[in-house]
Design a protein around this ligand. Structure first.
Ligand SMILES: NC(=O)c1ccc[n+]([C@@H]2O[C@H](COP(=O)([O-])OP(=O)(O)OC[C@H]3O[C@@H](n4cnc5c(N)ncnc54)[C@H](OP(=O)(O)O)[C@@H]3O)[C@@H](O)[C@H]2O)c1
Length: 277
């Protein structure tokens, strides 16, 4: 396998640019998928307390021969725990069978709850105590990010948001780059394609590079400088999704895929998402 690439976060920590997502995987599926991924060269895993599969991820992590310092493990603070971040992270660590996570993310701002700044302050303390090496957020908009920095003096190093060719988020990614915040793409494959894989440009690039449509889309994220975490519980796809470091899209090809953007979200709108169950 060609060498995978890493991104340096504003706090100096490095993270793999490509990782495995495990949303909607059961504990058993997550355990198998993480085993397969680590055996085939992945080093970054993205889970969350709300996925209810941290135990499965933890089982795989506890038996892998990959040294802990080579792994990059992310989990997330769920909305209903925003006032209890330390307990939430401690519970996650127990399930993951880890002493620390590499990245702890606040899952949603849920502005109507009014707790996200307080939660961020707690996460700053968790980082100081070494339980999380880096801290960041998901689904934050610039207004939320600016408020965190203004009120705590600490900026998230990463914002994980919905990005795929139907929702390219060009402005947000550009704004975050100017603010030294790394952009990480969730649902990077548009949740299995949603028509993207059949589009003319993806088909043409797939032929040109002799790569699958999913590999072309993953490479589009990487060549935009984003971190990307495609999910799969299928061994062949887990392997396929990492085999993207032996080719590169040129700038005009990245721009051509950008033109598929329809501003079409597949997930909730972060301004209004208020699920707190
Ligand atoms: N922070 C947040 O709010 C948030 C929200 C959503 C997701 N996420 C994170 O982002 C990760 C990825 O997003 P996602 O799970 O929504 O969707 P995704 O990665 O865009 O797509 C996953 C789907 O694509 C299929 N797939 C994977 N590789 C494929 C390939 N090479 N060819 C064809 N189909 C393929 C998978 O099927 P199989 O599994 O059956 O192979 C699955 O159905 C999640 O797992 C999670 O870690 C975060």
């Amino acid at each position: 396998m060609d060498k995978q690439t890493y991104i340096t976060l504003a706090d100096g920590n490095r993270m793999p640019q490509l990782g495995l997502g495990v949303w909607q995987a059961t504990n058993d599926q997550a355990e198998n998928a993480v085993h397969t991924a680590l055996d085939n060269g992945y080093r970054s895993i993205d889970t969350a307390a709300i996925y209810q599969n941290e135990e499965g991820v933890g089982k795989a992590l506890s038996t892998t021969s990959v040294p802990r310092e080579s792994l990059f493990i992310t989990t997330k603070l769920w909305n209903t725990d925003q006032q209890h971040a330390r307990k939430a992270l401690t519970d996650s660590l127990k399930k993951l069978q880890l002493d620390y996570v590499d990245l702890y993310l606040m899952h949603w701002p849920v502005p109507e709850q009014g707790h996200y700044v307080d939660a961020w302050q707690q996460m700053i303390e968790l980082q100081k105590s070494g339980l999380a090496k880096s801290i960041g957020v998901c689904n934050f908009q610039p207004a939320h990010l600016l408020r965190l920095e203004a009120e705590t003096g600490v900026k998230p190093v990463i914002n994980q948001v919905e990005i795929h060719p139907l929702h390219a988020q060009l402005e947000l990614a550009c704004w975050q780059k100017c603010h030294d915040i790394v952009t990480e793409s969730w649902s990077p494959l548009a949740q299995g394609g949603n028509g993207v894989f059949d589009s003319e440009i993806i088909q043409a690039l797939s032929k040109k590079y002799a790569k699958t449509p999913a590999q072309i889309v993953i490479r589009w994220h990487i060549d935009r400088g984003l971190v990307v975490i495609p999910k799969s519980v299928t061994e062949s796809r887990i392997i396929e999704n990492l085999a993207v470091f032996d080719f590169k899209l040129d700038k005009s090809e990245v721009l051509a895929i950008n033109l598929l953007d329809q501003g079409k979200r597949l997930g909730p709108n972060p301004y209004t998402f208020s699920r707190a169950d």
